[in-house]
Structures are given as C-alpha cells and as structure tokens.
Design a protein around this ligand. Structure first.
Ligand code: AMP
Ligand code: MG
Length: 399
C-alpha cells in the first residue's frame, strides 16, 4: 500500500474530528476564542446622526446669509438632543452627541470665533451634513456583523460589545494532554546522566499550544513500559478531548504507543505519511471521543507535525472556518532527494517593496532542533527528487 500524502492525512483527520461543545463566556474572557453564533447589529450604526467634531451645530441653509449665530444652548455627548428653536441660532456641541433637532451641520471649534454669546463662522460655506456621521451609514439594524466561525480578536470583541452582547457563545477550550514517552527523558532542572536526553518536546508543544490560545493543557511523561503506558493512556483517554503524544511510534522494540492505543480501543486512522521529517506519525480516534495524535519523537518531526496537522485540526474542532495556508516563495534553491513531501524550516524576510519570502534554514536532520532558533515556521515542498529553484512558491506553516 502506498503511503498517504500530507493532504490525504489532513483530510482523514478532518473527517474524524468531533466539534467541541459550546460555552457561554463574558466578553472579557473571549479574546482568541471561536464564535459559535452569528452576531447582528442591535441598532443602526451609528444609532443616531452623530456629531463628529467639537464645535457648533446649526441649520446649514440658515447659516448662508448669517455668518454670526447666537449660541442658544450647549449639548454634550450622552445628553438628550436639544431642538434648535430659531434657525438664526446655533448649539454648542461635543463629539459623540446626537445632532440637535433642526440642525444638519457642524462647524468645528477651530473654525469659529467666539464673541460673548455669539459664534462667528466667517464666510466659509457650510455644507449640509458636514462633520455629521449619519445614522445607519456604517450598517443597518439587523445586519450580520460577525458570522459563527470567526476567531475573536480585538475588533471583533469591540463589535460584539457594540452590538450589546454581554456574553458570547464560543467553542469550549479543548482539554489537551501532552504526553512524552521515553525512558531516556529527563526533566529540565534535574540532574542528567551522559546517556540521557532532556524532555524538550513537551515544552515545545505546550509553548505552541499556549501561543495559539489553548489554555487547558495537562502534561505527563510515561516510560516505555507497556503496563505503565496502558494505565496512563487509559486514564488520559477518559479525561481529555485531545491527546498529543511524542515518541514511541517508530519501528523499535520499545515503540509501544500504537499497540497500546489500539488495545485501549483507539481506532487507527493512519500510521505513516509520505513526508520528511515526521513519516511515522500515527493518528486515531477513541470510541469515547478523544482524538489521539501520536507524533514521532525526533524534536523537529514533533514540531513540524504539530503545526502541519494538530493546530489546524484544533482550529477545525473549535468551529473556525478553514483557511488555506499562505503561499510564499523561496529566497534560494533547495534540493529534495527523497520521493516524499519535505518540510523545510524557513525564516521570513520582507523586501523593500513589502514582499515576503522564505529563507531556507535546513536542520542537520530531524534530531537537530537547535537550528530552528529564529525560524518562523516551514514550507511544504513537493516530493523529490527535485531541485526547487529560487522563487519557488510553497505553502507556509507557522510554528
Ligand atoms: P522515538 O520517536 O521515541 O523513537 O524518539 C526519537 C528520538 O527523539 C530519540 O532520540 C528520542 O530520545 C527523542 N525524543 C523522544 N521524545 C522526546 C522528547 N519529549 N524530548 C526530546 N527528545 C525526545
Ligand atoms: Mg522513544
């Protein structure tokens, strides 16, 4: 059987994901969340003819023959609107106020001279509706402002607040557990023997998840022991929505993860993808619901598979509308030898014309994660053997 392509693996993941439940959160808690309801305009926007400058409000037609107007009143933002009783007068007005009745224009304070209770507006013509933000000119009451599936950043949260929503229905945060496997792994900060390795993947994965807005993240480290793996993975399958494992999915005698997962009732969706690094990646779903991403342990493979598959899957499970990864061109040629998709770490550069391009930063194999410092992500190159020229356009995935 030929290996799956990355695109096929991605489609299989999408087909097996369950959508996360909805929760209702107060507006102060929704930054970065994915909206699961449509938001409509509560009122016209602006909801009234809004004064856009501090100054005086008047009837533009009356002002044509009358460059000197008596100030008949004063109205601040938030005051109920006054009425211009006599068109030969004006009302002192502040930005954000409702345009007084009988007025259709505002002359800014910088363009008037005050003389006692009079305002001199000079000979400059006053145009009707100048400095007035007309009611409903931005949008109408009932207009769709935000569609379900929108990720909420600052403008969207402000828009929801403007529509009068105190709480929003958003996707619940998934309960994620990051599980490292390996007898050789030692916690940062603990004494390490020459034959041991730092447990770095879990920290990289967790950093990425946090950076992308996920907050409910547990962490575990399990030894390459069948009984221990069975017990701990069994527990995590009952308590989490998503399991992200690293290590233990290759061909070694102690790569026990696939066997244990299947024994625990997690159905294999795929094992192995035609890609480098990350070929041994394993994905399955448990009958109880959780999705299990078992990523190869080599540190570059782990981070690549996380960004290529797990982050997009989490976004889809949150109900976020799918988007194509951006395309970007290489600043230098790159040779791919193997007949598999190749993930090439890159730094993004921006030229004097504002164009972004990707500078190849190859690593010394899938174990060399020190070379990743300062990179922004990676591009996916098609299977080789081939030399992709400078300017070749590929999909870019951010860490
Ligand atoms: P494995 O996929 O378990 O065969 O591991 C492949 C390589 O990645 C081995 O050299 C492991 O020591 C290393 N490795 C596995 N898990 C981790 C981890 N959590 N942090 C750092 N290196 C790891
Ligand atoms: Mg291992």
């Amino acid at each position: 059987m030929s290996l799956l392509t990355p695109a096929q693996a991605e489609t299989l993941i999408e087909q097996h994901l369950a959508c996360l439940p909805i929760e209702s959160l107060p507006l102060t808690q929704v930054a970065g969340a994915v909206l699961r309801e449509n938001i409509y305009a509560e009122r016209d926007q602006p909801p009234f003819d809004r004064v856009a400058m501090d100054g005086i409000a008047m009837d533009a037609a009356a002002a044509v023959n009358n460059p000197r107007l008596r100030i008949a009143g004063s109205q601040a933002a938030g005051d109920p609107p006054q009425t211009l009783a006599d068109p030969a007068t004006c009302i002192e007005i502040m930005t954000g106020a409702m345009l007084p009745q009988g007025c259709d224009a505002v002359v800014p304070v910088e363009q008037i001279q005050r003389a006692g209770e009079y305002a001199e507006i000079g000979r400059k013509p006053v145009r009707p509706w100048q400095n007035v933000h007309r009611r409903g000119s931005d949008c109408r009451q009932g207009a769709l402002l935000l569609a379900a599936g929108t990720r909420l950043s600052a403008p969207e949260v402000a828009i929801a607040a403007g529509a009068g929503m105190a709480r929003l229905r958003v996707s619940a945060q998934p309960m994620i557990v990051v599980i490292s496997t390996g007898n050789e792994l030692v916690e940062p900060g603990e004494l390490i023997e020459p034959h041991q390795v730092r447990r770095s993947n879990a920290y990289g994965i967790t950093a990425s998840l946090r950076q992308h807005g996920y907050t409910r993240i547990a962490d575990d480290h399990v030894r390459d022991d069948e009984a221990e793996l069975t017990q701990r993975l069994g527990f995590h399958l009952h308590t989490h929505d998503v399991l992200i494992l690293s290590g233990g999915v290759s061909m070694g005698k102690l790569d026990l993860v696939p066997k244990v997962l299947e024994k625990l009732g997690v159905s294999l969706v795929f094992h192995h993808v035609a890609q480098r690094p990350g070929k041994p990646m394993w994905f399955g779903v448990s009958h109880a619901g959780p999705a299990v991403f078992a990523l190869p342990g080599n540190p570059v493979s782990t981070l690549v598979c996380l960004s290529r598959y797990v982050l997009p899957a989490l976004r889809a499970a949150m109900g976020q509308a799918p988007g194509e990864p951006p395309r970007i061109s290489l600043t230098a040629p790159f040779e791919v030898k193997a007949p598999m998709a190749y993930y090439l770490p890159v730094k993004l550069n921006s030229d004097d014309w504002g164009r972004t391009s990707a500078e190849p930063c190859p690593t010394n194999g899938s174990g060399d994660f020190t070379s990743l410092a300062g990179t922004d992500g990676f591009v996916e190159l098609p299977p080789g053997p081939n030399t992709f020229p400078k300017g070749f356009v590929a999909r870019f995935y951010r860490w």
